[in-house]
Each structure stands twice: as structure tokens, then as C-alpha cells.
Design a binder for this molecule. Structure first.
Ligand SMILES: [Zn+2]
Length: 480
């Protein structure tokens, strides 16, 4: 499996959002990749003035190259800020569109334009894309790129794009336009390959996967043969239609949901939150699907730092089950969890992880509703009550984790301390949800809708203290 890729946004990895953190956290992730067998890291937000701009990005790319882990910056070929995230840096798309508003994209199905996306059907924008790709490849020792064209409503619907829509009616229907990829990918491919002949030029096809969009794949077959299609297959699978281009990798948006960063609130950006959610069964299923469909690699999406124990196990599981989907969980445990936790603790850790895969999604909605309430002093998400039987199971899980900790190696114990802290917080919130105070709040949660008042603020404060939840994570935020 030649392509083994971790997909990140900078904000899932940095803590805090600074140059020093950006460089050191990505170095740690690159070390993890090199140690475990991932050979590329996609970085959206690669060049950002808030975390050191060009210099810090170069340092990350150099470090990746030194470890044989390819750094693949995200290239916004239409949206997502272009090549640099913040204005004032080279090839920032927002700067371009302020200066040349006629390049803005027409929102799909409307006559309005969008300020932060450009039209690929205008030659002037294509030239900018070409120059930006040349700049990126000549400025940083990158191992390739990850291209995204306009997504959903940003897909341009102007008169210049009319021909594209005629040849590909699905432009107005799906998340992504293959006609637009057929414009953007060759331009970026040429420039990046000119500078770096072995670069991996990956491009996002979004969803659905090829087997649900066979009528349009002829457009992708016009792309450079060595470009790599990244399909959002998730857990979808169909082995009756072979992948349509020479190189295909499949993406799952389920790498690791938890972040290691105490400084941030329980929910962070649009994917990461405070949790312990190992996904060993899912990883095995994904690996088996990939093998059956004959793709050449995996892209592990929604990946943050490997420092959280569930992320770490997930990243290993997705990789190893993709290599060997027939491996059973016991073998995975003895091969890959034993070195992390110690031989004696590994079977208990495996048991904990397999159980949490199903238990976590049952408890998470309870945790989420109450966490928002405690932080905001208003019921902004549904307030739910945990089932007593779920709390009993959860107690058993904590007991298993504590037993594993006693048997664990010192490094394993440190990992389990993190897991135990998170599991304990979930249990406290589960108990809170069954209290008389919670019952009263749940009865009136719909009226008045989401209003924050003195009584609710007091209730939030009292519950946080009474259930011993860490104030810095769950305490009431001051109103902006
Ligand atoms: Zn247009």
C-alpha cells in the first residue's frame, strides 16, 4: 500500500496557535508517522501568519523531508484561502479577490457572488493558480500537494462555466465538480512536478465515490495519469466497479476525534472534542473495504495530534488493518498495544477500547448537551438523561481502565491516566444528568428557548462544583 497519509488542519494540531507550537506539534506528528509507517501528512493551514508564516512552514516541510514523511500542503484551487491562509502573505486568495472582485465565484443556483471563492473558468484566475503552485513548490521542500476545488455552493455557476455544466450536469448536484478538477489539477500538477518531479499530486473528489458517479469519471480520466484521486469513501464499499483512474486512495473522516489540549474548551473547531473513542472495529472494516476495492492507500481524515491515547490507537489500527485486514483484534493488541501499555495491561486495554467504540456514541450526546449547558448557562443543545444501565457499564469500564493502569508500563500508565480522566468526566456528567436538578432543567429546556438567565447560570455553577468537574474545562464562560 504505497500511500499512507494523515490528513490534518493546523488548528487540530497546534496548541497554542503559535509558530513554536506549530513547528513542535507537527514535528511530533511527523515523528509518529515515521515511527509507525505513515509516509505523508496533509496540512491545511500550512502557511499562516498566525503561526510563523513562511518560515515556520518551511521548517515543518524540511523536518518532514528529513524523516521521509512527505508534507502535502492543502491547495485551495478556488476556495480555502488559496496557498496562504492569512492576508498579506503570498498567494492569499482573499487578497486576490479584494483586488480583483470580478474573479469571484457565482454561488451555485443563484446570481450572487461569494467573497472568498474564485471562478476557475476565468483565465486570469488560472494564471494565479499556476503562479501560486510554482511559488509553493519552489519555496518549500514539500512532498506533494492536496488540491481541493470549490465545494458545494461555491461551485461557480457563471456564464463561463455553462459549458462545464452542460457536459457535467452533476456540477449542480454533488459536492464537487469533476470539470473543475479537470481544470485545476493539470495546472497545479505541471508546476509542482516541474520543481519536484516525484511529488504526489493528490486531489479531493469529495463524495460520492466513483461507483456512485460513473457517468462523470471520464472527466477525471483526462487528468495527468500520475495524479492521485482521493475518494471520500468513508465506510462505503462496492467492489463491482474498479477505481477509475490509475492512482486512487480512500479517505475516512474518522481518524481521531479527541484533542490533547487542555487549554481549549471541550469542543474545538468543527470536529475535535474531548473524548476517548477508540475505533478498532471501524478501522478493520475500512481496511477490509479498501483491500476489496483495490485502492492504493488510505487518507486518515479528521486527524489531530497522536498524543491522545485513542487517536494513537486509531492511527495504528487504520494503518495496520489496511495492511492486514484479516488480522484479529487479539493479534492487534499483542502486536501494537503491548509496546504502548505493557504486555500485562494490553488485553485489558483492548477490552476497554472495543467496548468504548460502542459505548461512547451512547454517552456522547448526554455529555455534549450538559457540557454546553455548564459552559454557557443555557440549554443550547438538547439536555438528555443517561440510562442507568449505561452508567453501570461505564463504571465497569472505569474499573477495567484502573486495573489496566495497575498492570501497565510507566508509559502505558500515563496513557491510561489520560483515558481515565476523560472517562471519569463523562461518568460525572452522566450522573449529573440523572439528578433532580437536571430533571427540572430538562422539563423546561424548551421554554424560553436557549435563554440565559441568572437562575440557569447559578444552576450551571452549582452543578459543575457539585459533580467535581474541572472548572477550567467545564466552568461557565464569561459572556462575550
Ligand atoms: Zn465562474
Amino acid at each position: 500500500m504505497p500511500y499512507r497519509i494523515i490528513w490534518t488542519w493546523d488548528s487540530w494540531v497546534c496548541d497554542p496557535f503559535s509558530a513554536a507550537s506549530y513547528v513542535s506539534e507537527y514535528r511530533a506528528l511527523i515523528d509518529f508517522a515515521a515511527r509507525t509507517g505513515y509516509n505523508a501528512v496533509i496540512i491545511w493551514g500550512f502557511v499562516d501568519g498566525r503561526h510563523g508564516g513562511v518560515d515556520a512552514a518551511r521548517e515543518v516541510a524540511e523536518y518532514g523531508a528529513s524523516k521521509d514523511v512527505r508534507i502535502l500542503p492543502g491547495v485551495g484551487a478556488g476556495g480555502y484561502h488559496g496557498f496562504s491562509i492569512t492576508p498579506g502573505l503570498p498567494f492569499n486568495l482573499d487578497d486576490l479577490l479584494r483586488e480583483k472582485p470580478h474573479l469571484r465565484s457565482h454561488i451555485r443556483g443563484s446570481r450572487r457572488v461569494v467573497d472568498h471563492a474564485a471562478c476557475l473558468h476565468q483565465p486570469e484566475f488560472r494564471e494565479w493558480l499556476r503562479d501560486g503552485a510554482a511559488w509553493l513548490a519552489s519555496t518549500f521542500p514539500i512532498g506533494g500537494v492536496n488540491i481541493e476545488t470549490n465545494e458545494m455552493d461555491w461551485i461557480c455557476d457563471c456564464e463561463l462555466a455553462a459549458q462545464a455544466t452542460r457536459q457535467e450536469p452533476n456540477r449542480l448536484r454533488y459536492a464537487n465538480s469533476y470539470s473543475d478538477l479537470a481544470i485545476a489539477v493539470p495546472i497545479v500538477f505541471d508546476e509542482v512536478r516541474r520543481e519536484r518531479p516525484d511529488a504526489w499530486v493528490t486531489y479531493a473528489t469529495y463524495e460520492p465515490a466513483w461507483f456512485r458517479r460513473t457517468e462523470d469519471v471520464w472527466l477525471l480520466q483526462k487528468l495527468p495519469r500520475e495524479a492521485i484521486a482521493q475518494w471520500n469513501t468513508e465506510l462505503d464499499c462496492d467492489t463491482s466497479v474498479p477505481p477509475p483512474v490509475a492512482h486512487n486512495v480512500s479517505l475516512i473522516h474518522s481518524g481521531g476525534w479527541s484533542y490533547h489540549l487542555d487549554a481549549f474548551p471541550p469542543e474545538w473547531t468543527f470536529t475535535q472534542y474531548r473524548c476517548f473513542w477508540p475505533l478498532l472495529r471501524e478501522a478493520r472494516r475500512f481496511g477490509a473495504n479498501q483491500r476489496a476495492m483495490g485502492v492504493e492507500g488510505l487518507v486518515l481524515g479528521c486527524a489531530g495530534s497522536a498524543a491522545m491515547p485513542d487517536n494513537e490507537a486509531n492511527y495504528l489500527a487504520y494503518l495496520e488493518f489496511a495492511r492486514e485486514p484479516e488480522m484479529d483484534f487479539e493479534t492487534f493488541g499483542s502486536r501494537f498495544l503491548s509496546p504502548l501499555y505493557g504486555e500485562k495491561a494490553a488485553p485489558l486495554v483492548l477490552r476497554l477500547m472495543l467496548a468504548q467504540e460502542d459505548l461512547h456514541p451512547r454517552m456522547a450526546p448526554v455529555w455534549r448537551g450538559w457540557t454546553h449547558f455548564l459552559r454557557e448557562g443555557a440549554p443550547s443543545r438538547p439536555l438528555l438523561e443517561a440510562e442507568e444501565s449505561l452508567l453501570r457499564e461505564w463504571e465497569g469500564q472505569l474499573e477495567c481502565a484502573r486495573k489496566a493502569r495497575e498492570a501497565a508500563s510507566p508509559d502505558g500508565a500515563a496513557r491510561l491516566d489520560v483515558a481515565i480522566r476523560v472517562l471519569d468526566e463523562y461518568l460525572r456528567i452522566g450522573r449529573l444528568s440523572r439528578s433532580a436538578a437536571a430533571a427540572a432543567l430538562m422539563r423546561e429546556q424548551d421554554s424560553p428557548a436557549g435563554q440565559r438567565d441568572v437562575r440557569l447560570l447559578d444552576a450551571a455553577r452549582v452543578l459543575t462544583a457539585e459533580y467535581g468537574l474541572p472548572e477550567e474545562l467545564y466552568g461557565l464562560r464569561t459572556q462575550d
